[in-house]
Design a protein around this ligand. Structure first.
Ligand SMILES: Nc1ncnc2c1ncn2[C@@H]1O[C@H](COP(=O)(O)OP(=O)(O)O)[C@@H](O)[C@H]1O
Ligand SMILES: [Mg+2]
Length: 252
């Protein structure tokens, strides 16, 4: 076998998963290099989330494999994959709603270090410098003591990515980071997220429907149709593809 490409972060080979008669992933060969900011586009049901779920260990493919930095992670669980350096945020952030923003980041800090002794308080066990830096990075310092239940959707998304970044990942995968965020807030949320990822030199991959946001923040675009990657390349090239224009963007 040839030596793995040091610049390659994640690779999939022949990833396949069927749900009943539907191929949610239909033999996907894909590779992501360090430093890329990949936007994934595609209609609802195209298989964007399924692909993320397989790459982050939430579901297992029926065939094919996933390699992260050359290591086969196909059968590993979500926590193991997170520890190897793959962070993830969700379309619907899974936050502890009875905790404050700060406490959520403290929990992430403690989970990175290992476990919380039952005799130590959360705030003492957490790395407070790392928590303070993250509050600044995702622009939530002014909301540190707000309960997460009170946050508007955009700030929930920022917190969800902040939690992922506390584990010092090499790659963060974000499933629709601007979905549910008001159109006035969307651009600000994305600007903050991408600035945070760039400052930490984290490679990113995000699912996004807004073409303007994709054009602004992605270095590469992959278009999903029916469990396959139908087009993959520079944003201008993918948006000029007739199939993408018709099937993904809905142009006539
Ligand atoms: N757990 C599941 N059980 C059955 N079918 C599923 C499941 N998850 C996804 N699917 C189906 O797989 C296809 C791809 O879904 P999904 O990956 O969620 O698409 P996207 O994120 O692009 O909207 C859809 O047809 C969807 O209905
Ligand atoms: Mg989805």
């Amino acid at each position: 076998m040839s030596a793995p490409d040091a610049n390659e972060l994640l690779r999939t080979e022949g990833l396949t998963l069927r749900f009943g008669g539907i191929a949610a992933a239909d033999g996907i060969d894909f590779a992501l290099a360090r430093g890329e900011h990949l936007a994934v586009i595609g209609a609802n049901g195209a298989g964007k989330t399924t692909f993320i779920n397989i790459c982050t260990g939430y579901i297992k493919p029926s065939s094919g494999r996933v390699l992260f930095e050359g290591l086969d992670i196909t059968r590993k669980g979500p926590r193991q994959i997170a520890r190897l350096g793959v962070g993830r945020s969700f379309q619907m952030p899974q936050l502890f709603l009875d905790h404050t923003v700060r406490q959520c980041l403290e929990l992430a800090s403690v989970s990175r270090q290992g476990r919380l002794s039952r005799w130590t308080s959360l705030s003492r066990a957490a790395d407070q410098r790392a928590v303070a830096e993250m509050l600044e990075l995702v622009e939530l310092a002014a909301h540190a003591d707000d309960p997460t239940a009170a946050l508007p959707e955009g700030r929930r998304k920022l917190l969800d990515v902040g939690i992922a970044l506390m584990l010092e990942p090499k790659l963060v995968i974000m499933d629709e980071p601007t979905s549910g965020v008001s159109s006035e807030d969307k651009h600000g949320v994305m600007r903050t997220l991408m600035r945070a990822l760039q400052q930490r030199q984290v490679t990113s991959w995000f699912v996004e429907h807004d073409v303007e946001i994709v054009r602004r923040y992605a270095t590469r675009v992959a278009a999903w149709i029916d469990g396959r990657i139908a087009a993959d390349g520079a944003p201008a090239q993918v948006f000029a593809d007739p199939l993408v224009r018709r099937e993904v963007l809905g142009e006539r």
